[in-house]
Design a protein around this ligand. Structure first.
Ligand code: SAM
Length: 287
């Protein structure tokens, strides 16, 4: 097995007993910001790959499977989302998907590391695809936990597109943070969260679900599949102020999707509904 950052491979450092390795066909960027080490390299299968502190964050090849499901499920389930908050999301992919909805007239994105935004514009332009120039986007460079503790106009959807609960991302997995998110949601608001790969990180999902049970009338998770997030299906946390959004019927969902006029490569209304069907080993983490 090649060693990390040598021999022309990146060996991911997320787990202490398992690693995936991606061949570095061309290194495009490798630098430390005040918060984390940023690397972008090209890989024949995944295209351009972004790692933060050695952990794969997003790749051009499979980012759509993650960004589409974390953006379109809550927005289309809500049905009338106008104000959306993204915590993290420095590469711009989440904001790109959110603002494809013409019904969304405001998206605040709170990213702790300006370095991720700056170099994503230069080295991963396909991810943001011009969204940083969208007049509806309000980019805030700050710690998402600090932002969430302040008073703001409420949001219909809050999306936590963070790193894993290590380093700067750790504060985004706390009861306090989730409690502030609930305070900033509208009456039918929905909070969705990047919650890792349950087979590899069961405690991450277990912890978030424990907090959501205490905070949200409708709580649970749904699934997507992102090959570069190794280890099986990925859980996306779901905390809603009412059960209406999750219960939306397939015909209504299909109508909303058609009306949105967006083309997707992973999301479909059928996949949306099916994503909430959990294998027993994942459902067990919710109780
Ligand atoms: N899609 C990735 C995943 O599933 O792991 C996350 C992508 S995005 C690159 C993660 C972003 O969260 C990074 O840009 C990182 O700087 C940002 N981030 C980490 N901790 C944060 C915090 N406390 N407040 C705001 N942004 C944070």
């Amino acid at each position: 097995m090649p060693t990390p950052d040598r021999d022309g491979w990146t060996v991911e450092t997320l787990h202490d007993d398992y690693a995936q390795a991606l061949r570095e066909d061309r290194i495009l960027y490798d630098n430390k910001t005040d918060h984390q080490r940023l690397r972008v390299f090209e890989n024949a299968r995944f295209g351009r790959v972004l790692t933060l502190d050695g952990v794969v964050q997003t790749t051009e090849g499979d980012e759509f499977m993650y960004h589409e499901m974390l953006a379109h499920v809550p927005i289309l389930a809500h049905g009338a989302a106008q104000r959306v908050l993204v915590i993290g999301g420095g590469d711009g992919g989440m904001a790109r998907e959110v603002l494809r909805h013409q019904s969304v007239d405001h998206c605040t994105m709170v990213e702790i590391d300006a370095g991720v935004v700056d170099f994503s514009k230069e080295f991963l332009p396909a991810l943001s695809d011009g969204v940083f120039d969208d007049p509806r986007l309000n980019l805030v460079i700050a710690d998402g936990a600090a932002f969430m503790a302040e008073d703001h106009e409420k949001f219909d959807v809050i999306i936590v597109d963070s790193t894993d609960p290590i380093g700067p991302g750790e504060v985004l997995f706390t009861d306090t943070f989730y409690g502030h998110a609930r305070r900033l949601l509208t009456a039918d608001g929905i909070l969705v969260t990047q919650n890792g790969v349950p087979f590899m990180q069961p405690d991450e999902l277990r912890g978030t679900m424990r907090a959501f049970r205490a905070l949200f009338p409708d709580h649970g998770c749904y699934l997507t599949h992102v090959p570069s997030y190794a280890g099986g299906p990925m859980a996306l946390g779901w905390g809603a102020m009412s059960g209406k959004a999750r219960a939306v019927d397939p015909v209504t969902l299909q109508g909303r999707y058609a009306a949105a006029g967006i083309t997707t490569r992973y999301y479909t209304p059928e996949v949306h509904k099916a994503a909430f069907a959990l294998p027993a080993y994942i459902a067990a983490l919710l109780t």
